[in-house]
Design a protein around this ligand. Structure first.
Ligand code: NAD
Ligand code: TDX
Length: 355
């Protein structure tokens, strides 16, 4: 089992990064330090880690800055003697990448390049270090009604977001083969759970339900996503980081495919019950709206490699995970109000005010 002392987490103030930090510090026996390097964009919120900051003041550190800023990353690396990286920092929302791809290329491609170069500088010849890259199943493109993405599926990204993640994946693989940088990589399906930014399908729908607003389902609602509870993803990443083979990619998924419309219907029912309403009270709020351009039809992950090789499997049953998530959002209205009121609101006003 691989051991680290100073773990750099990029993008640790976002959805998955903050859940990962909480998981590592509370549930893995890790006894070292975590340094969270985050630019705190609209998607990064320190409130996501308030409990961690309080519980681990001598083992959790925030470094506010940009992964594209080489001098800054280099200083952080030296100061904390970084010996492992979990690289989450990215622009992550497909719809935003369609409206403005520039930041996606900068952060996801140039930012990953910058981190790899600093790692190469600092870790020359070392084998007791690891750069783990957190990626997505979207790099594999779109499936028809059947089949699954395996680690051998050729890359076929179709949105600016997935193209930028594909580019970053290729860089990570190249730094392994060319410079022998110890890397691992995971490509995961759609996550859900607490601290998910409410621009993404599940939290967006819960918030709209709370306000009694209509629920925008893109296209015919038959696009399929494979959903995984965020804690299960955190466990998968830690499993790969501590026991995965260098240079390998592991696909991670929930074995839990849902058509969007069906999922929204279940969310309506789960939220109605949580609010003490009739189970079907919210169904009339569903509206079909124009489709996302280039909308990938179906994602489905074959995660047999990580299951067989490393013994990981998705643990959270979907109905329970959704109930937990709905309950979390209903109990955290203050968090929601705060995260949607800053840079996010300005961007929404600019891009959607006239629609
Ligand atoms: P998120 O948008 O919630 O968080 C991204 C974080 O990165 C934020 O804290 C933000 O402030 C930070 N960040 C953005 N640009 C930065 C920069 N230039 N320098 C430093 N920090 C920066 O994203 P998420 O949903 O938590 O996704 C995390 C990672 O997991 C991403 O790499 C994403 O591609 C990948 N992923 C996400 C999912 C999913 O369902 N959300 C699934 C598979 C893979
Ligand atoms: O309002 C909506 N209506 C709707 O029908 C929104 C926001 C989404 N959708 C559809 C589009 C997708 O088919 O729901 C599905 C899920 O959409 P998102 O939550 O935007 O996720 P997706 O585009 O699948 O990408 C997510 O999973 C993979 C993450 O945002 C990525 O970062 C991750 O890599």
């Amino acid at each position: 089992m691989r051991k680290f002392t100073n773990l750099l987490v990029t993008g640790g103030a976002g959805f998955i990064g903050s859940n990962f930090i909480r998981y590592v510090l509370n549930q893995t026996g890790f006894s070292g330090r975590i340094i969270n390097l985050d630019k705190l964009t609209y998607a990064g919120n320190l409130e996501n880690l308030a409990d961690v900051q309080q519980a681990f003041p001598e083992r959790y550190f925030l470094e506010h800055g940009d992964i594209c800023d080489k001098a800054f990353v280099d200083r952080v690396w030296s100061e904390y003697k970084v010996d492992a990286v979990a690289h989450f920092a990215a622009e992550s929302h497909v719809d935003r990448s369609i409206l403005g791809p520039g930041e996606f290329i900068r952060t996801n491609v140039e930012g990953t390049f910058t981190l790899l170069e600093v790692a190469r500088d600092h870790w020359k010849g070392r084998e007791d270090v690891l750069f783990h890259h957190v990626s997505t199943d979207e790099v594999y493109g779109s499936l028809g009604k059947t089949g699954y993405f395996t680690e051998q599926t050729p890359y076929d990204p179709r949105s600016p977001y997935s193209a930028s993640k594909a580019a970053s994946d290729h860089l990570v693989n190249a730094w392994f083969h060319t410079y022998h940088l110890p890397v691992t990589k995971s490509n995961c399906s759609n996550n859900y759970g607490p601290f998910h930014f409410p621009e993404k399908l599940i939290p967006l729908m819960i918030l709209k339900l709370q306000k009694g607003e209509t629920l925008p389902v893109y296209g015919d609602g038959k696009n399929v996503r494979d959903w995984l509870f965020v804690d299960d993803h955190a466990e998968a990443i830690w499993t790969v980081m501590t026991r995965g083979r260098p240079g390998e990619t592991y696909n991670v998924g929930g074995e839990n495919e849902w058509e969007n419309l069906k999922l929204v219907e279940v969310l309506c029912q789960t939220t109605a019950l949580a609010l003490g309403k009739d189970k079907d009270a919210f169904l009339p709020l569903i509206r079909f709206v124009p489709d996302r351009p280039g909308h990938d039809r179906r994602y489905a992950i074959d995660c047999s490699k990580i299951k067989k090789e490393l013994g990981w499997k998705p643990r959270t049953e979907f109905a329970q995970g959704l109930e937990k998530t709905v309950a979390w959002y209903l109990a955290h209205s203050e968090w929601v109000k705060n995260v949607v009121s800053g840079a996010y609101k300005t961007w929404m006003d600019r891009n959607y005010a006239s629609r």
